[in-house]
Write a protein that binds this ligand. Structure first.
Ligand code: TXD
Length: 317
């Protein structure tokens, strides 16, 4: 059986980590594309020269030519500018729309059967644009936001409770903006509600709620927290890990349930917009969108987040 092929469009900070992770996990051969000459070639050579040490058998090719992505099974898009301190994700819409439009043309022409995972910001608008340009079916074009936002929430919970990150489950829904919806009610440690564990830890319901709210707030601002520390760009290790888990679920038909930016056609009362919801990712891309009842407070937060996504997407030219 031929090896799978993963094309990465954008060879910057996230693109480089994506290439390394895809190689380390032997997901398939890797093509790293960028418009900057030498950058993807240099990164691929560097990673490939570690293969005897790490022991992975995949080919890595850096390129400035879309022809090289031909036959890709999965394409992950990080092309575009990242945030600088003081910027919101939405400030990137003009410049990144132009970039995503050209990337969409390249993918449409050279990898017409691929599954596409968009990472570039503002995420909800860029995935919408890329789907429009390629015309690919909705199950083949998705965005990465929720896996990372959820992982951040899970990490904060694990650190607060002094338990392994492996035993924490939590999820965020909605758009990839400050209005995202971290689901407090379903956050658990091996199925035990996090709120109950906090109440037992602090022996005080009000304090437990306060600690939970602080974690929710930190989750919403987690991208900005990293930007403020780095000063020159945004998070890149964790977004790459998040997208790789989505790609792996598709390539290996794992059918993992991952919070994914999916095109909704009535689910959660939303029609015609990309929004983050739990989805089953397998060899057909988005194979199912899982719906469940939100309580009044969660629904109100979801409505607010969806409204923000709509106004952003409607501003696309
Ligand atoms: O969770 C998420 N979705 C995100 C998204 C989390 C963090 C950052 N996220 C966004 O990803 C961020 O706001 C940016 O819009 C993208 C990429 O972030 P990265 O940190 O990798 O940015 P870099 O290092 O600037 O890399 C971008 C590369 C760079 O090498 C450019 O030369 C290249 O994109 N680029 C292009 N590649 C292909 N085609 C075109 N037209 C192009 N223009 C620039």
């Amino acid at each position: 059986m031929a090896r799978k092929k993963i094309a990465l469009i954008g060879g910057g900070q996230i693109g480089g980590v994506l290439a390394q992770l895809a190689a380390l996990r032997e997901l398939g051969d890797v093509v790293l594309f960028d418009i900057v000459e030498g950058l993807p070639q240099g990164k691929c050579l560097d990673i490939a020269e570690a293969s005897p040490i790490d022991g992975f058998d995949v080919e890595l090719k850096g390129t400035n030519d879309y022809k090289d992505i031909a036959g890709a099974d999965v394409v992950i898009v990080t092309a575009g500018l990242p945030r600088k301190p003081g910027m919101s994700r939405d400030d990137l819409i003009e410049v990144n729309s132009k970039i995503i439009a050209s990337v969409g043309e390249g993918i449409k022409q050279y990898a017409p059967n691929s599954f596409v995972i968009v990472i570039s910001n503002p995420l909800d608008a860029m995935v919408t644009l890329l789907q429009r340009i390629t015309g690919f079916p909705y199950n083949r074009v998705i965005g990465q936001a929720g896996v990372l936002d959820s992982a951040r929430f899970e990490a904060f919970i694990a650190w607060e409770l002094g338990v392994s990150v492996k035993d924490v489950t939590a999820m965020t829904l909605g758009g990839h903006g400050d209005d995202m919806v971290p689901l407090v009610r379903y956050a658990s440690v091996k199925g035990i509600p996090v709120l109950e564990l906090l109440e037992r830890k602090y022996k005080d319901k009000a304090k437990a709620k306060e600690v939970m709210e602080a974690m929710v707030k930190r989750t919403r601002g987690a991208g900005g927290e990293v930007v403020a520390l780095l000063k020159t760009g945004s998070a890149f290790y964790s977004p790459a890990s998040a997208a790789i888990s989505m790609a792996e679920s598709i390539l290996k038909d794992q059918k993992r349930v991952l919070p994914t930016c999916c095109f909704l056609q009535g689910e959660y009362g939303v029609k015609g917009y990309y929004v983050g919801v739990p989805a089953v990712l397998g060899s057909n891309g988005v194979e199912n969108i899982l719906e469940f009842a939100l309580d009044a407070e969660e629904q109100a937060m979801m409505d607010k987040s969806v409204a923000a996504v709509k106004s952003l997407v409607d501003s696309l030219k």
